[in-house]
Design a protein around this ligand. Structure first.
Ligand SMILES: *Cc1c(COP(=O)(O)O)cnc(C)c1O
Length: 462
């Protein structure tokens, strides 16, 4: 099929119009926060089988289809969207998605997308600077934090066992992680061939933060078990609670004992951009590796994450492999030598355009504002009868309970009427409601309404 330029322009204009209306009604809270009709009903409503069978969409029917499509799903720009850690994308990043969709420069090697690769290179350099890794650090963008964690741990494995790529993973390696860490880390250990049993939990306080004073005892246990630590992981911040580990304390211990220090900053590394919050990452420069998701707090669509290492060679060592058809020489600008992916999207452009439009300062103010909103919920909520907040939030994630009844049932009720989208998490084996403030339009009024609505479920003593 040839590309009818005039048809593209009309269809794109219709798409922009639908999307603009969608974001506008979402951020003003004029619609339910999510729609989730059962899939068979939705497939019917969208006419999916018929479109697949017959084709023939036009700019007009495309707009109609899109309106029906947008009505079902979650709305990250909605003030009541307080569930998952996905960005309410800012429009410069959204435009980058369109540019990539049209130009398709997937840049496994530089010649496939010179501008895309250069933009990524500069974005990574900026991130390295923010992390305090400076000019000697290395980095690459990947499709998401899970892949970024895997990549960082590959670099850690190469440092601990340089022959592992060729000979396989030695049986004595261990990964030390707090139980509050993201599941992608245990998964990475299994993928890397350490086996899930090599993942050893670190002692933590009741809120899941690493107990620095008990790190020596943990290391003793590891050694007595005949293992050696491949890496030790700290959260910045933990997915469930949004609380930061003591990076300086943990990093100091790792440095003194020659242990690879990995910081999972998928969610919380963006606090580096906020003057008032960067202290939460104090000690980050001690990390050997760090991951940082842009599709969480840097307002890009999924997925765009960075793997950063303090020493560039460490990242290059992660993938000791030759592919003669791709790698003609050690090229600093070829990303395929440093990623699980071969071809990948122009991820840097999304981050770059948000920076170019809003500035580092604008993004920092966004982070500060959302962190402040979660704190505000804590202030408002703990004044009210029936609400229990187990800690003062450090980020835009906050957990609490209402009454002694089934917290998951409260969440279900709010989602069923489309009033609020929350998640839940376990803290010390007890289920809590969990709020993540991502939307720029969530304000005090939203938070008061949330507390009213939860209190109105009448589950306080159930
Ligand atoms: C979200 C998250 C991840 C996983 O990132 P994805 O981009 O969803 O793969 C890893 N670690 C932490 C701490 C997270 O919050």
């Amino acid at each position: 099929m040839t590309w009818d330029v005039e048809e593209f322009v009309r269809a794109a204009a219709a798409t922009v119009e639908e999307l603009a209306a969608h974001v506008d009604e979402s951020r003003r809270g004029l619609t339910p926060v999510l729609g989730r009709r059962p899939p068979y009903e939705l497939a019917e409503r969208l006419g999916l089988a018929r479109w697949i069978r017959e084709g023939g969409m036009t700019p007009e029917s495309h707009a109609e289809f899109l309106a029906a499509y947008l009505a079902e799903g979650s709305r990250p720009h909605h003030p009541a969207s307080l569930g998952h850690q996905i960005a309410a994308p800012d429009f410069p990043a959204a435009l980058a998605d369109l540019v990539h969709g049209v130009t398709n420069n997937p840049m496994a090697v530089y010649e496939m997308g010179a501008a895309a690769a250069t933009v990524e290179f500069e974005v990574v350099r900026w991130m390295l600077g923010k992390a305090g890794f400076g000019e000697t650090g290395g980095g690459v963008l990947t499709h998401g934090g899970s892949l970024a964690n895997l990549t960082a741990l590959l670099a850690a494995r190469a440092a601990a066992a340089p022959d592992a790529w060729a000979e396989g993973t030695p049986g004595d390696l261990a990964l030390l992680v707090p139980e509050a860490s993201h599941y992608s880390l245990a998964r990475a250990a299994a993928i890397l061939g350490l086996g899930e049993r090599a993942v050893l939990p670190l002692d933590a306080d009741p809120l899941g933060r690493i107990d620095v004073a008990r790190l020596p005892a943990a290391l003793d246990r590891v050694r007595r078990a005949g293992r050696r630590p491949m890496a030790l992981v700290a959260n910045a911040c933990a997915t469930g609670t949004g609380l930061y580990d003591d990076l300086r304390g943990v990093g100091g211990f790792c440095a003194a004992n020659g242990i690879w220090f990995h910081v999972d900053g998928a969610h919380g590394a963006s606090a580096l951009l906020s003057e008032g919050h960067r202290h939460l990452l104090d000690g980050i420069e001690l990390a050997d590796s760090l991951i940082w998701d842009a599709h969480k707090m840097l307002r890009t669509s999924g997925l765009a994450a960075a793997v950063l290492t303090r020493r560039r060679d460490d990242l290059d060592a992660a993938f000791r492999q030759r592919a003669s058809y791709l790698f003609y020489g050690a090229q600093d600008f070829d990303s395929a030598g440093r990623t699980v992916e071969c071809a990948k999207a122009a991820l840097g452009l999304k981050i770059f355009l948000n920076l170019a439009w809003r500035g580092e300062r604008g993004l920092g103010e966004y982070v500060a504002g959302r962190y402040a909103a979660a704190r505000r919920l804590w202030e408002l909520g703990r004044e009210r009868p029936g609400f229990v907040f187990p800690y003062e939030p450090q980020s835009n994630i906050v957990c609490f309970r209402y009454g002694t009844g089934d917290q998951a049932a409260i969440r279900e009720r709010l989602m069923a009427d489309g009033s609020f989208h929350l998640t839940s998490a376990e803290i010390g084996g007890v289920r809590h409601l969990r709020v993540t403030v991502m939307s720029p339009s969530t304000d005090d009024k939203t938070l008061e309404a949330l507390l009213d609505r939860i209190a109105g479920t009448g589950d306080r003593t159930a």
